[in-house]
Design a protein around this ligand. Structure first.
Ligand code: HEC
Length: 470
């Protein structure tokens, strides 16, 4: 495993630690502050992620325990910023006591409100993942310990599963629930019960109304469902049948701003199963769906267009069609967009017009990859443009959200900065900040983009390239 080499001297110095040192703050200073900053705001002038105000600190403490034990690598978002670095595992250099002390410090320092950590939690986490050798990726660890969602419309949600064969919604007061579970996702998702037939679920929680107003609800259900506010049924579909427009349940209800106790009932007999719930304020047009399922008869979810707002570049960190797996999308104001490949260290696609419709990943479970939301797509490169030893070292963003990619090999370091230009152009500035041998870089293989030639980078002389779409 490759560590960030410039931190190694610090890690080495930790062997001088007197063995009786137990103080969390002191241990933090020795084991974490080189990378995360003594003030928790992220080392390397903010090129490394913060622990102060990080949402990774909150919720289940086993998440941070697991990260300290095994490390973390690859793309990650912390406090609204993206990183793509590597934290080395710490389990060989820290005792269970030390991890407990450090995390009890980190979880409460700098205004953080993380959980208390007990040494048993460290012990259990350590044995649970004893076989794991590789650092986590953010995706992997968030599947096990999801971050607490902030802006959901369903809070304090619990679900109870009932088993039985019914042809309409049962009388739940006469049935016995199998189990009760907390649902932290803030959405109604029947698939979490992992059942196929002859069951019913009741969810209870708070619907967080954005303001005091009259609201309209709609449910589509296969087979039966009911939405209740304060003991009053607002929408109902009963009996056996498919989710269909003609079988929708609709109703209106006045709600006060903030939490309103909500109850949802669902019954499935056999065959297809789904439960879709949406709401809107009376007089507004768009539905907000608070379920994993979506209304029947539509081609996929409503689009969520990612649009650069307030002159700032937006980032899309997920699979993009036609691009290598580790590609990052940038939607620049001015409507020229870029997909940059961290595998090939090169721009792969440039397209004009709309950036990306992110609904597939944000609304559903993130299957498949997303196409650019435009037909004017130009392929620049499809393979690595540097010698094999060159590596992607992450990217930094300027205050406008424009990226600079960092590329490094044994013999050179190159920064590759992108920003929008006038009239459908992108301005790329490449600088060899370390190294002595000039290096030739292919710019584009596309006939529909200028320039098409290559450039030669010389040490410490920034080269500006202006890409124009034909
Ligand atoms: C060699 C540098 C280094 C050291 C030492 C280090 N970290 Fe990290 N840490 C990182 C990097 C880099 C990331 C982000 C990894 C990525 O990009 O996937 C990270 C991520 C994290 C995260 C999740 C993201 C966040 O910022 O909240 C936590 C929590 C964390 N580290 C805690 C710690 C603690 C506690 C220690 C000390 C025991 C520690 N780290 C030591 C480099 C380090």
């Amino acid at each position: 495993m490759k560590h960030l080499t410039f931190f190694l001297p610090v890690l080495f110095a930790t062997s001088l630690l007197p063995s009786h040192a137990q103080d969390g703050e002191q241990l933090y200073g020795l084991y974490c502050s080189a990378c995360h900053g003594a003030d928790g705001k992220g080392g390397g002038n903010g090129t490394l992620p913060p622990l102060a105000g990080s949402d990774w600190i909150h919720g289940n403490a086993k998440r941070t325990i697991a990260i300290v034990l095994k490390g973390l690598h690859g793309p990650v978002q912390v406090a609204g910023k993206s990183y793509n670095l590597e934290m080395p595992p710490q389990e060989d250099s820290l005792t269970e006591q030390n991890i407990t002390a450090i995390l009890n410090y980190v979880h409460k320092a700098w205004g953080n409100k993380g959980q208390d950590v007990k040494i048993d939690m460290v012990r259990v986490t350590k044995s649970e993942y004893a076989d794991r050798k590789k650092p986590w990726t953010a995706d992997e660890i968030l599947k096990i310990f999801p971050l607490e969602k902030k802006a959901t419309f369903l809070n304090n949600l619990t679900s109870q599963v009932y088993k039985g064969n019914w042809d309409k919604l049962p009388d739940f007061s006469k049935s016995k629930a199998e189990n009760i579970e907390e649902e932290h996702s803030g959405i109604i998702d029947i698939k979490l019960a992992e059942l196929k037939e002859n069951y019913a679920i009741v969810w209870q929680g708070d619907f967080m109304a954005p303001k005091t107003a009259e609201y309209e609800f709609v449910i589509f259900v296969d087979d039966a469902g009911r939405l209740i506010f304060d003991k009053k049924t607002v929408a109902e579909v009963n009996g056996i049948g498919p989710a269909a427009e003609g079988r929708a349940g609709r109703g209106k209800v006045k709600l006060k701003s903030g939490p309103n106790p909500i109850r949802l009932e669902y019954m499935q007999q056999a065959g297809e199963q789904s439960f879709t719930i949406g709401w809107r304020q009376v007089g507004t047009k768009n539905w907000t769906w608070i379920s994993a399922d979506r209304p029947p008869g539509k081609q996929g979810p409503d689009p969520i267009m990612l649009i650069p707002s307030a002159g700032k570049t937006v980032i899309y960190r997920n699979f993009i069609k036609g691009v290598s797996a580790r590609a990052i999308g940038f939607g620049f104001p001015g409507k020229v967009n870029l997909a940059y490949s961290a595998d090939h260290l090169a721009p792969e696609l440039i397209w004009s017009g709309d950036f990306i419709d992110a609904s597939k990943h944000w609304v559903n479970r993130g299957q498949g990859s997303q196409s650019p939301a435009s037909k004017d797509v130009h392929q620049l490169t499809t393979q690595k443009i540097y010698p094999p030893s060159a590596k992607f070292k992450g990217y930094t963003l300027d205050p406008k959200g424009n990226p600079t990619f960092h590329i490094q090999s044994e013999s050179f370091t190159i920064t590759d900065a992108w920003k929008p230009g006038a009239d459908n152009t992108l301005i790329r500035t490449m600088t060899m900040t370390r190294g002595s041998t000039p290096i030739e870089i292919d710019l584009s293989k596309s006939k529909t983009v200028t320039p098409q030639n290559s450039v030669t980078l010389k040490p410490n002389s920034p080269t500006e390239i202006i890409y124009k779409l034909k």
